[in-house]
Design a protein around this ligand. Sequence first.
Ligand code: HSE
Length: 309
Amino acid sequence: MKSIKASAPATVANVSCGFDIFGFAVEAPADEVMVTLTDRPGVKIVKIIGDDGRLPLEAEKNTSGVAVLEYLKAINSQWGAEITLYKNLPLGSGMGSSAASSAAALVAINELHGNPLTREQLLPFAMESERIACGSAHADNVAPSLLGGFVLIRGYAPLDVTNIPTPAELYCTLVHPHLELKTEDSRRVLKPSIPMKDAITQWGNIAGMVVGLMKPDYGLIQRSLHDVVAEPIRSVLIPGFHKIKDEAILAGALGCGISGSGPTIFALSTTRDIAAHVGQAMQKQFDTLQLKSDVFVSKINLEGAKVLR
Ligand code: HSE
């Protein structure tokens, strides 16, 4: 039977001020998924490589499995599917690990059917996977992983997603400490409502980010990369967060914040050299806390998930 392998990249959700509405894709790491059509209905996860046996093999509990199940049901496919998942993203990292698996699986299964659905039309299946993974069907990881680029989720009901153009020279540093945070837990600590003055600050920054990216105006991006909603609460879950953020800014980053629900920390910079230097400065701080970490430096990945030929 026919097989197709696809990959989908890690993503930075929220991007400081845009809780649940901003996300962008990076170049690496990326998950890879091999999907094979079968004439047996249903979805079987054949193998997962790279997760140390921690992810569920039941299709209904695995994000790539759920996404493919939902897809096959929606298009009324006569086929079933077998999935092999190459898990390259760390679990519970805040780098969109569950989203990358479902995005890659969806691109592969859609390709196997001759691409009857657009990337945007694949989004609801990936969001359903997020709901299974963490109890919330947010799109700020799955949308950039599937579509590439910097994505704005303008609305959820109905889903309204659009790409924001980004300056050619914008580099992301990701520093992933070897710690895990469950998105479910980092969402539970947030307050159900926020004061009006914080809302005003936040929506000013969100609008500032959009204009700053589009113009582009690095000063405006710098002034807008602030979060008064999630970061003050979640930062206590990340050892050394404030010191690391200070060091990133000192090293030349435009801004720095929590990647998604953490514990990975991201920074944005205007050159690859600055982004690399920022990564070293951030990692040094994790070192002083005896926390091992990985650094990834990348441009914004405009391509997103892709079929591997
Ligand atoms: N917007 C989501 C959150 C992203 O911050 O909970 C999860 O990676």
